[in-house]
Design a protein around this ligand. Structure first.
Ligand SMILES: C[S@@+](CC[C@H](N)C(=O)[O-])C[C@H]1O[C@@H](n2cnc3c(N)ncnc32)[C@H](O)[C@@H]1O
Length: 229
């Protein structure tokens, strides 16, 4: 199965060039931060996460001096407005339990992104819920999930076995709504898939890839005032 991080790194490089400062929101152990630095897609990376254990791991596993890591409260990034040329946020929204918290995160990402910056969100694809892939299955086959429902996930960990987790099922339309409310324009969704419970139950799941990526930029003044009278 293809890694979702390869297209992410390529797209970030294409959109932002090299040499910028990138925020890795919900960085976990710092895997994405290291990939961005190794690929030369960022000159500096700041990784933030609500888990102190993850930040300790990220610091221990990341030898590159251009990486910094901080433990944060959800939705608060300890940097001034307009700091980051790009933001990546991988497999975080599926771990956030409420729409209100998603909104707070999106608002904070909008605050710290430069006006010309790009936001990249990668998550498991809600349209592929219940589909068994070689290394994971997110959700139970044949079951319809409502927006915000808990979803059981089975992860195949090499050398360890199956790890069972619970994440959240968010419709793509929810990602789009919270981003738009926070001042973003969504440029691209790689796989729009199902939008309703009925769609999820009736789709041909094999058509949908396991991961989806959303790319967004901040609305400029002319975009946000269109139609405002
Ligand atoms: C599945 S891991 C993904 C880690 C990393 N982004 C990656 O792709 O390897 C999700 C991470 O998001 C963090 N997280 C969950 N909710 C968060 C929030 N509200 N704000 C910041 N980080 C959060 C978790 O602590 C965890 O490290």
């Amino acid at each position: 199965m293809k890694s979702p991080y390869t297209p992410l790194v390529n797209d970030l490089q294409t959109a932002c060039g090299r040499g910028g400062i990138v925020l890795d929101y919900g960085c976990g152990s710092g895997k994405v931060s290291r990939r961005l630095l190794d690929a030369g897609a960022a000159a500096q990376v700041v990784g933030v996460d609500i888990s102190t254990d993850m930040i300790t791991l990220a610091r221990a596993q990341t030898p590159q001096p251009a990486a910094r890591f901080h433990t944060i409260d959800s939705g608060h990034v300890p940097y001034p407005d307009d700091t980051f040329d790009a933001i990546v946020c991988c497999f975080v929204f599926i771990n956030v339990p409420t729409r209100e918290e998603l909104r707070a995160i999106a608002r904070e990402l909008a605050r710290v992104l430069t006006p010309t910056g790009r936001l990249f969100i990668v998550d498991s694809n809600p349209a592929a819920t219940g589909v068994p892939f070689p290394t994971f299955r997110s959700g139970e086959p044949g079951r319809g999930y409502r927006d915000g429902d808990e979803r059981k996930v089975s992860l195949q960990i090499p050398g360890t076995g199956i790890l069972e987790l619970v994440d959240r099922h968010w419709f793509i339309s929810t990602y789009e709504a919270v981003l738009t409310e926070a001042g973003f324009t969504v440029d691209k969704v790689t796989d729009r898939g199902a939008q309703t419970v009925e769609d999820v139950g009736s789709q041909a799941p094999i058509d949908h890839p396991p991961f989806m990526q959303i790319t967004a930029h901040l609305q400029d003044h002319s975009e946000s005032t269109i139609g405002a009278g």
